[in-house]
Design a protein around this ligand. Sequence first.
Ligand SMILES: [Zn+2]
Length: 418
Amino acid sequence: MQSKSGFYTTTYKIRLYTNHLNYIKNTEVIYNETILKYYNLLFDNLEFLNLSNQNCLRELEKLTIKSKTGEKPKDYIEQDIPMYLRRAAINQAIGYVRSYQTALNNKMSSNNLENTELLRNSLNEKQKTKITINKATAFHSSIMLYKGMYKDLYEDRITIKLFDGESWRWFPTKIKGRKINENAEILSPSIVVKKDLVMLHLPVKEEIEDVTPIKERMQQEHIQVCGISFSNTDSFAICVVLDESKNIIKAKFIKGGNEYRNATHTILAKIKKHKQNGQKFSQRDHKHYWEKLNNISDYYAHKVSKEIINFCIENNAPIIAIADMEEDVSKHFGKKVGKYSPIYLRKRIISYLQYKAFKQGILITKVRRNYTASKCYICRTNIKRNGSKYNCENGHQGDYFFNSAMNIAIMCLKKFGK
Ligand SMILES: [Zn+2]
């Protein structure tokens, strides 16, 4: 069977090194002023919203730009801005007005005002103001670079057009190396400024090798699946790859649980001490601790999900099976499982796993969790848990979480008739 391909877009966030932060800020100001001008103009011409974005843009340009013969139209805007930056700004403005209209309509319908058009006309002035949403008076959007505003984009550099206070000029700029797949299509980047830190956000559209739906995929010959269970021990995840005859191809315990627990507990202890001393948290302290906990969690969730994907690639398993469990881990593992324990990361690991897997052409399926943890995978009798070990009524014994992973993989094979 032939595999089907598909597409996936990721945004790379790349550090941009510039000596011209002020030029970038200049350009950002001009960009946002332009958005505002067209935003207001579009409110005066709301009928344009019935057009496609492209035609809407064309109409707005007709109103504001000199004709070929040099005549000024009625809403002529004096502007020194490159065409492609203006167009990005206009599209941004169209987007803002459209979402304004949607928000307004939602607000009206939530007030049980069904026919908005009709009712708006029949409302008196006081009522009208009641359901108005404030229009924006300023924008703070990041500069969107259409082609024509940037060139020479390589792994470590990009040339961008900026306003230096007098004119628009090209500036070759270094970026932090990030390898981009040769076959990937690069969409419009944007320049994101946060204080003195400048980032280039680069959306990249990549082809995915295999988007064959799971049912079709499971009909392929020699299919292998990877069952995964999660634990609150030193092993974040326990993975086992089975072939369609349920033979174990390979198993892996993905460690780091204790390391994660220690790292977060150190911070949690600091917070506790802070509280015991009766000290009040300044907003900065609070943010600092919270960010640290979040960064640590993020680091491990990425690490674990990446290791799972690599394991599946190495062992030729295009399907991952996990137990269908409520996202709230305390329901399954008891209240005593605190936040920032390894099992607490399950949700985040799975969400990262989902997009990482998809990019690699690996699919994730959920199986019913019934008995995956309570029966022996060999003989299906009830098991007795003893710490991280188990034994069953027929004397089989082994790792408790490995047994779960086996059951999950087996259930996945069964689910698709293997
Ligand atoms: Zn058994």
